[in-house]
Design a protein. Structure first.
Length: 392
């Protein structure tokens, strides 16, 4: 059910307006917590005019997926259309922030005469619609007329903003090249997660010498789950590991096949949707968490939300070596990440097989992980970045 927040602050006194339709749920924490950070920065000089909607986090296939996406797109468009008058009314406020997914509202604003547009729009574009539909999910053929039209529309929308927010410096460079816009149009700001739920807990003992490893994800091809499945099959018999897989998605058949086999380690698959608190408990009882298994294309540019959750909770991460992971490693002098060659089951299996003998090292890396989060990815780090454009 859509909610509408009536502004307690007069428009003429406001320093910041938050206007947009966005998903507001446990499954999508970034927008909710980023808005909370912005409100704190702006004090009592903020107006929030938003229409949150809460689609159930379900996995669909085939025609059902298309219908689900179409319904969400129509709902999002309707909510944004109703917000357009609010954008016009708030055009004189120094900063107007449009939360993700901002592209639909930006496109509508770009159709207005310039005198009716806000002078300074900060828009969270996060993930490119074109990149998702064309490059990632391959729903449209690259170079085809629909794909070219989509890229042109998205470029027009982004160009309407003074600043477009993405999640990593790697995505800043990618978006600038994809849309032919200056890199200065984009700013990388980390994803915001629920720091009240994902907190560092005591590192668990390795009962019986068993190291518990955890994978959390939606099983999309981007995560490279097939690499993990192949790596598990390559492990020596009776390797002292237990793997928990939490999530469901497009590649569920690969996991389903894995758990029916006789394997060298115990693999538990939890396919049902879990709350943030339940996921936090899984992380707390794990020794090592698994990130991405590929470094190609989009996988090399992103730091997925699950990695934020792992680091916020103070756990080391096994992940494919990518441009993004290398940059993060260089930012922090102590080891947090355990790298392997992306899309390489043998490399991953070799690394996983070493973990039982590295308990003391992993325990120290857990502390390093939380420290790195606090310094570079936390709400405090996000507030520092956001304060720069709120002060202008």
């Amino acid at each position: 059910m859509a909610l509408y927040c009536v502004p307690p602050t007069p428009v003429n006194d406001a320093k910041l307006a938050i206007i947009g339709a966005y998903t507001a749920s446990d499954a999508y924490p970034n927008v909710l917590h980023k808005i909370a950070i912005l409100k704190q920065l702006a004090g009592n000089r903020v107006i929030e005019l938003s229409r949150p909607f809460n689609p159930a986090p379900r996995y669909h296939k085939g025609g059902a997926e298309f219908v689900s996406l179409a319904v969400r797109a129509l709902a999002l468009s309707w909510h944004n259309l109703r917000l357009l008058l609010d954008v016009i009314r708030c055009r004189h406020i120094p900063v107007v922030y449009c939360p993700y997914p901002a592209v639909v509202l930006l496109l509508l604003v770009s159709l207005l005469p310039r005198r009716l547009r806000p002078k300074s729009i900060i828009a969270d574009v996060f993930i490119s619609l074109y990149d998702t539909v064309v490059n990632d999910r391959r729903r449209l053929k690259s170079g085809g007329l629909p794909a070219r039209l989509l890229r042109r529309v998205e470029r027009r929308a982004i160009d309407c903003a003074r600043l477009a927010i993405v999640d990593t410096p790697e995505n800043t460079a990618f978006h600038a090249e994809l849309f032919g816009l200056p890199a200065s149009k984009f700013q990388a700001i980390p994803i915001a997660v629920n720091e009240a739920i994902f907190t560092p807990r005591a590192y668990p003992e390795a009962a019986g010498g068993i190291i518990r490893i955890l994978f959390v994800g939606t099983l999309v091809p981007l995560h490279g789950i097939t690499t993990l499945c192949q790596a598990i099959r390559r492990l020596p018999p009776q390797t002292a590991l237990t793997l928990d897989i939490v999530g469901d998605g497009q590649m569920r058949e690969a996991v389903q096949a894995l758990v029916t086999e006789a394997l060298p380690i115990t693999v538990n698959w939890h396919s049902q949707w879990l709350s943030s608190s339940a996921i936090a408990n899984f992380i707390a009882h794990s020794h090592v968490c698994l990130g991405l298994f590929s470094a190609n294309g989009k996988s090399g540019r992103v730091w997925p939300i699950k990695n934020y959750l792992y680091m916020c909770s103070g756990r080391p991460i096994v992940t494919a070596r990518s441009a993004c992971s290398r940059r993060l490693s260089q930012q922090f002098s102590q080891q947090v990440l355990l790298h392997f060659g992306g899309d390489n089951p043998a490399s991953l299996a070799g690394l996983l097989g070493q973990l039982p003998a590295r308990f003391d090292e992993l325990k120290q890396m857990a502390k390093n992980s939380r420290t790195m989060y606090e310094q570079h990815l936390s709400h405090t780090a996000i507030a520092t970045e956001c304060a720069r454009w709120l002060q202008h």
